[in-house]
Design a protein. Sequence first.
Length: 567
Amino acid sequence: MKQKHRSRITTDGLDRTPHRAFLRGMGLDDAAIARPFIGVATTAGEMTPCNMGLAEQAASAKIGVEAAGGTPREFTTISVSDGLSMNHAGMKFSLISREIIADSVETVVRAHAYDGLVCFAACDKTLPGMMMAMARLNVPAVFTYGGSALPGRFRGRDVTVLDSYEGVGAVMTGDMTLDDLAELERACLPTIGACAGQFTANTMAMVSEAMGLALPGSAMLPAVYAQRQAVARLAGETVMALLQNSGPLPRDIITRASLENACAIVAATGGSTNAGLHLPAIAHEVGLSFTLDHVAEIFARTPHIADLKPGGRFVAKDVFDIGGVQVVIKALLDAGHLHGDCVTVTGRTLAENAAGAPDPDGTIVRSVSNAISPTGGVVVLRGNLCPDGALLKVAGLNSLTFEGPALVFENEEACMRVVQDRSYQPGSVIVIRNEGPKGGPGMREMLGVTALIYGQGMGEKVALLTDGRFSGATRGMCIGYASPEAAVGGPIGLLRDGDPIRIDAAAATITVDVSHKELAARAAAGQNTTRPPLAGTLEKYAALVGPANLGAVTHSGNVVWERDEQL
């Protein structure tokens, strides 16, 4: 029996005459209306360099869909630039954008009953947002990353936009002149594309391949390379093959095993701590409980083998030049650190996809037997200060321990003023609270603060703890995602200036040397979580969002929608 496609609910029958009239108004003829409808969703726009190549790639995907017998329908959704919203109130909307992207793609695909989906994303939250939508919808779907920018060159070395952040601090200390910083500003981001280092966008791009939602070899291909058009066309052809073969569908691909593979690729590459927030959220969309506890288990047992910025030396283009993500996947597979039998959008397993990949080059990506460290580049810390966990990127750290007195700030702005004035002391544990998902609301990134500290030469002379987030570009002794957050009664909200804090990444602990009795007394006295009244998007988000250790999600999880059952 011939499969009935979802889209036929809008095209077939006498009472669908007006619907077909709308389709004809878009230039579709009988043949196009009779074919399956495939959504081609992008975050294309001029909000950030990351997204500026996506419209062209979407056009190539549409060619692939048409060539394989489908009718593509292109639509766009939002993107918030972390770079342009950093270090001001606009950053409150960055993580929120992840939910808006997932919700808006779901809305269009369900409302128009599209049969399949090709998703393009390039800026940090757009990647998990699109993958969450794919998981929620469970229609035949392929994810495609838009690609990273090429690194810039400054004084004979490769640079990224992170160097400009840290350059601000260097000017403050007299280690760089304003003229030098102006030259760096113009050199560090020479092309369109996402940030070149192993920051959040490239981390989640690698996740898309390791999880099996993206085509092999697609993630590390730079945004400006012409090969991206061929990858996009193949994505369009692939979604049609998935539709014809009835899968594998996203919920076939996103399993506990493939989520563990995703965690392993983050750990092996010293990837962004934001992955610890996004992977539980993706799991939530398919009805799996995959918390920070599960993430910690995989991080702890996976070796760190890729020497990538910000903790290392190399960028996405360097990984592409030696064979791409598949090099890392094959190395981990050969050493038993990945589940090779996980199915992917190609219809083949992860191991089959990586079978022909080159061996590690030994410099950019090492063999597991010569790992940079035996455990991953990201650690989940626990203790009486963060009982539900906190995240620290250890890749590139010179020391895994830190001990010092707390220097407490009620928000990012208050901390930034002190850091700009350089009126903090070496040895301090700088604490920024009330910046969690609910307390911010929006869980701001603190790259503006951390990069300034690093640029001032204080990168590992102080530690920083927050219930907010860090950019994938953050480096240093920076602990984020502290759970529970201050706004819901977490211990971080009970800290006072001078409280002794100890961080031990080797033991995966973070503690404050204050008695349980004293902490209970402080809790009884109440916490300072006051904030201005909320309205609009922030009000809705604060009312719905859950804790960071569970992914900071805003709905109750996977349910089978009635149309999924009908069709």
